[in-house]
Write a protein that binds this ligand. Structure first.
Ligand SMILES: NC(=O)C1=CN([C@@H]2O[C@H](COP(=O)(O)OP(=O)(O)OC[C@H]3O[C@@H](n4cnc5c(N)ncnc54)[C@H](OP(=O)(O)O)[C@@H]3O)[C@@H](O)[C@H]2O)C=CC1
Ligand SMILES: N[C@@H](CC=O)C(=O)O
Ligand code: NA
Length: 369
């Protein structure tokens, strides 16, 4: 394989978060063909950290070395200070945040101001308060450091890059609609198939979690917040809607599927344990849809013309593409624009899972080479 970068260009990478996606990302990065342009200079979980500004070399493999490091992660300010020593002309430094953590997300302006690029599948910074989003934009504009977040919507699928391309080439987006949650897609493809019957709702949710599709807490998928966050992220790339959601996903009209009694469940494990008690109510919804020859699908809509941004559980005829063409954790996203008028531009494929999400993060990283 040919080399990815001129040999004098080394990109230093600091990785925060080595859970499902993070661990796969580190494996994908280390497996790149030589000469590998990337050097990991910092690696941290919430409990352990490794730092080596010349590039970490692993003796027993990165997992074991990190586990045995005996060092706790320092503050984000300290990390930004250390990494900023590496920011010199023609050398890039990148923070890769593979957590779902709000505090890490809130620190992006700090890193960007210091000239450190930020790449992440973490939706928090781009789908919350508009103030943080604006701080990120200004910090990036001031230093020239970039932030790339392709995996925040549709995992590795080219959703954000497609939308940016449409907008930047002067197309007008009228509506974006589709199935945006890999978890919800998997759950309803299995629970409410075109033939009408399927397994119990709680068992499908448990399997979605085991497959690595869900957020760390599955309620964050089932309450529609994950779709609301993705709709917020996309809306902010559309000029007419840039400031439409000042408090982010909380302003998106969203239907929650979390039973009221489970709303304050602390852990994902406890949530999964208690969910079977509510199987009957989901079964009733499935039967109602099936009686009309319809399936249930959880969809999101950004309707620019009518100013509607919503996430809801809808019924679709058994013959609709959402009923017949989706499988596994597939996302399907349709862009209706001025240029794609009669027939929308459609992107479809796996929208969750460690391999495809880490691939989206890797492909953002490769954009810096
Ligand atoms: N899974 C998927 O299909 C997709 C995931 N994403 C996004 O990717 C991100 C990661 O998801 P996923 O890997 O599934 O989640 P995991 O829960 O498996 O991993 C998250 C990791 O973040 C670590 N972490 C949390 N806080 C900190 C901190 N302050 N410093 C260092 N590490 C920290 C946790 O470490 P510890 O274990 O030590 O607590 C945990 O291992 C999320 O933002 C998610 O929304 C996006 C698209 C698809
Ligand atoms: N939990 C999310 C993961 C990707 O963002 C989903 O199911 O889509
Ligand atoms: Na994507």
């Amino acid at each position: 394989m040919s080399s990815l970068a001129p040999s004098n260009q080394t990109i230093r990478v600091a990785v925060i978060g080595v859970g499902l996606v993070g661990a796969e990302f580190v494996d994908q990065l280390l497996a790149l063909a030589t000469p590998n342009p990337f050097r990991i200079v910092s690696l941290s979980s919430s409990k352990n950290a490794l730092l080596g500004l010349d590039g970490l070399s692993f003796t027993e493999g990165w997992r074991s070395d990190l586990w045995k490091s005996g060092k706790k992660p320092g503050s984000f300010a300290d990390l930004a200070k250390e990494l900023s020593k590496l920011v010199v002309p023609n050398q890039k430094v990148v923070l890769v945040d593979n957590t779902a953590n709000e505090a890490v997300a809130a620190s992006y302006p700090l890193f960007l101001k210091a000239g450190i690029n930020v790449i992440t599948p973490n939706k928090k910074a781009f789908s919350g308060d508009l103030r943080l989003y604006d701080e990120i934009l200004s910090a990036s504009a001031a230093s020239g450091a970039r932030f790339l977040n392709e995996s925040t919507v549709g995992a590795g699928l080219p959703i954000i890059s497609t939308l940016k391309d449409l907008v930047m080439t002067g197309d007008t987006v009228h509506k974006i609609e589709g199935v945006f949650s890999g978890t919800m897609s998997y759950i309803f493809n299995e629970f409410s198939p075109a033939q009408g019957t399927g397994p119990a709702f709680s068992s499908v949710v448990r399997i979605a979690r085991e497959k690595g599709y869900t957020e760390p807490h599955p309620a964050d998928d089932l309450n529609g917040a994950d779709v609301g966050r993705k709709l917020t992220i996309l809306s902010r790339y559309i000029p007419a809607l840039r400031t439409a959601l000042p408090s982010g996903y909380k302003s998106v009209s969203t239907r929650s599927l979390v039973p009221g009694e489970l709303e304050n469940t602390e852990s994902g494990d406890e949530f999964i344990e208690k969910l079977p008690a509510f199987d009957e109510q989901f079964d009733k919804m499935r039967k109602e849809a099936s009686a009309e020859d319809k399936v249930l699908r959880f969809v999101g809509v950004v309707d620019v013309k009518n100013g509607v941004i919503k996430a809801d559980l809808e019924k679709y005829p058994n013959t609709h593409p959402f009923a017949t063409s989706l499988g596994g954790s597939d996302n399907i996203i349709m862009f209706h624009t001025e240029r794609y008028g009669a027939r929308p531009l459609i992107v479809q494929g796996a929208g969750a899972g460690a391999a495809v999400t880490a691939m989206g993060v890797m492909s953002d990283l490769l954009k810096l080479v």
